[in-house]
Design a protein around this ligand. Structure first.
Ligand code: S3P
Length: 171
């Protein structure tokens, strides 16, 4: 079984992915970490030295590689993954267990203002501009996120509750 978590930066994909992995005893893969280990560079370094287009090409290559694997896994994607290169199509062809972790704009602003530093897309956005940036960005990305087969509203729920909801919604 392959379970794929998608959602905006800071929506909790990695946290939930790890909890789900423990609960279901299925291997957990964080796509950003997978890319970092393959290229031996942090995502921040890849963006700054090779550029975003290079990152998106590699991201696509590794999504394809992973989705072709026979093994089961829980994959937490990067916030942009489903929005480029038909990655969502590649993922959806192999599993119907795609879960969008939906968090409100204020919820995302609250989480991301505390952890911008390792995220190249928002690193240089001043805190006061974050709500507008995230609002616009999410509006664009929702075209992709909302195509997910399962949408989990995360506001006001604990990580354990979200994990439980995903586990009981598996196809
Ligand atoms: C990105 C999100 C990041 C990472 C890269 C680009 C994005 O992942 O893939 O910095 O475009 O939203 P997280 O969602 O895990 O922060």
């Amino acid at each position: 079984m392959k379970i794929v978590l998608i959602g905006y930066m800071g929506s909790g994909k990695s946290t939930i992915g790890k909890l789900l992995s423990k609960k279901l005893n299925i291997n957990f893969i964080d796509l950003d970490e997978y890319i970092e280990s393959k290229l031996n560079m942090s995502v921040l370094e890849i963006f700054s030295s090779k550029g975003e287009i290079f990152f998106r090409k590699k991201e696509h290559e590794y999504v394809q590689e992973l989705m072709l694997e026979k093994k089961s896994f829980i994959l937490s994607t990067g916030g942009g993954t489903p929005c480029y290169s038909n990655n969502l199509g590649v993922i959806s062809e192999k599993t119907s267990n795609v879960f969008y972790l939906k968090v409100s704009i204020p919820g995302l602003v609250d989480r991301l203002s505390k952890e911008k530093e390792h995220r190249p897309v928002i690193k240089n956005i001043p805190d006061e501009d974050l709500p507008e940036f995230i609002g616009k960005h999410l509006f664009e990305r929702n075209n992709f996120y909302l195509q997910s087969t399962n949408i989990i509203s995360c506001d006001g729920k604990t990580a354990e509750e979200i994990t439980e909801e995903i586990a009981s919604g598996l196809a």
